[in-house]
Unconditional design. Structure first.
Length: 305
């Protein structure tokens, strides 16, 4: 059963996770592929995150796991760590933060449909309306913060980012049952350990060839942010939120990411504030509100028959 004792903790956790990840587009793009390849970066991100989670392992109970639990954790590592992390880092080398942000707005709709099919989560009119409202706000916000480029390598980058969306959506569905029976840290340490085992044989050579000595300080700081803030903390907070919230509700908070990215750009002088962006942000937050409403009177849409 879903833990409803403190759903507010879940909302706070996933809000914090998406604020951290909203800043991740700029940091990951800053790393690019000049000093470290996406393959080496993915292995560093997954490996160091696994190390951090396992360092905390003695302080939190794991509980008894079945063979099926380990199989599910291995698959979660494949979609949540291996494919998701690599496809994001690979895609953002060829595309822009604007393009990738737009593509990431597909996550809530994808998770909503997968949740209805595999987790028997009902799709209410309010929830569907909230997702559409949030998507419109996010797209308007991003459109007024830059130009979408669909030429050359950007197309390949956008397709790779689409793969990131699909893998992350599947990850949320796969990991949901485990978050209800295991401590979040126990879930994450296995997800990233399996992810490291899956990526090390393929990306190890790229990591060995990386010359850290010539890497600028700002690039190293960006790598540190991606590993610690946008991986360790965001995945842990997402796992915590799934303990008390539906997967579709958790995914809805993805719309916060372009809002955070735009606000950060305005604060550091890379973008300007205007009324369109204010209205777009209002649409995003209104959409989130509609999705997290739990009124019993909402009419459900049947998509499972």
């Amino acid at each position: 059963m879903m833990n409803r004792k403190n759903p507010y903790r879940g909302h706070i956790a996933i809000l914090a996770a998406n604020i951290l990840f909203g800043l991740n587009f700029a940091f990951a793009k800053n790393v690019g592929g000049d000093y470290i390849s996406p393959e080496a970066f993915a292995l560093v991100r997954i490996g160091l995150a696994a190390l951090l989670f396992w360092m905390l392992a003695p302080f939190f109970p794991q509980g008894k796991l079945s063979v099926n639990d380990y199989v599910r954790l291995f698959i979660a590592g494949l979609f949540g760590a291996t494919i998701n992390v690599y496809s994001f880092l690979k895609g953002i080398v060829y595309t822009s933060p604007v393009d990738s942000s737009i593509i990431m707005t597909l996550v809530p709709l994808t998770v909503l449909l997968l949740s209805a099919l595999f987790l028997n989560e009902g799709i209410t009119v309010a929830k569907l309306g909230g997702i559409i409202l949030g998507a419109v706000g996010a797209i308007v916000l991003i459109a007024y913060s830059g130009t979408v480029d669909l030429s050359g390598d950007h197309v390949a980058g956008n397709l790779i980012c689409l793969g990131c969306v699909l893998s992350y959506s599947l990850y949320l569905i796969i990991i949901k049952p485990l978050t209800e029976k295991m401590h979040p840290l126990a879930v994450m340490r296995w997800v990233f350990l399996f992810g490291f085992i899956q990526t090390a044989p393929f990306f190890g050579k790229s990591l060995i060839q990386t010359n850290w000595a010539v890497m600028p300080a700002d690039t190293i700081l960006s790598v540190a942010y991606v590993v610690i803030a946008a991986t360790f903390f965001t995945y842990l907070l997402t796992s915590i939120s799934l303990n008390s919230l539906r997967a579709s509700t958790v995914s809805m908070y993805n719309y916060i990411q372009p809002v955070v990215a735009t606000m950060a750009a305005i604060l550091i002088g890379q973008d300007e504030f205007n009324i369109i962006k204010l209205l777009a942000a209002g649409l995003v937050f209104s959409g989130v509100y509609l999705v997290i409403r739990t009124g019993k009177g909402n009419k459900k849409l049947d998509v499972t028959s």
